[in-house]
Design a protein around this ligand. Structure first.
Ligand code: THU
Length: 138
């Protein structure tokens, strides 16, 4: 079956992952409500903690392009079952893609679908900052 183009974009980006330390290659792609697609891959560092996941690379590349809202997200790994985004990436998806559908796929063609709201229930976001009763930012 022909893969969803967003999954194909994530799979293509995965081939450019820089993951010499973990050997775990991840590709991601985000799509705006208008259908613009931006992809990313994980980028590791010899200083391991500086590594950035594919999902955040894709979102940040989109933001740098001037995009602020994403309606769909795809993540592709070569694993028996598709890989869910880490906690840090879920928080960034909440910032820019709170209503998005997330397609988790593997190279064998399995696709599992979630929403960002399902992946990050009870999220912390701008609403909490705005609701701060003692805020001096007003
Ligand atoms: N990684 C991602 O790119 N996305 C995820 O959702 C999980 C983990 C990367 C970070 C690191 O380069 C490697 O996978 C192993 O954790």
């Amino acid at each position: 079956m022909t893969p969803d183009p967003l999954v194909a974009a994530a799979a293509d980006a995965r081939t450019r992952a820089f993951a010499p330390y973990s050997g775990f290659l991840v590709g991601a792609a985000v799509e705006t409500p208008a259908g613009e697609v931006v992809a990313g891959c994980n980028v590791e560092s010899a200083s391991y903690g500086l590594t950035c996941c594919a999902e955040r690379v894709a979102v940040f590349a989109g933001v740098a392009r001037g995009l602020r809202r994403f309606a769909r997200v795809a993540v592709v790994t070569d694993t028996p079952t598709p890989t869910p985004p880490c906690g840090a990436c879920r928080q960034i998806l909440w910032e820019f893609a709170p209503d998005a559908e997330v397609l988790l796929a593997n190279l064998a063609g399995a696709v599992v679908r979630f929403t960002v709201r399902e992946l990050l229930p009870h999220a912390f976001g701008a609403g909490q900052l705005e609701a701060d009763a003692s805020s001096k930012r007003r």
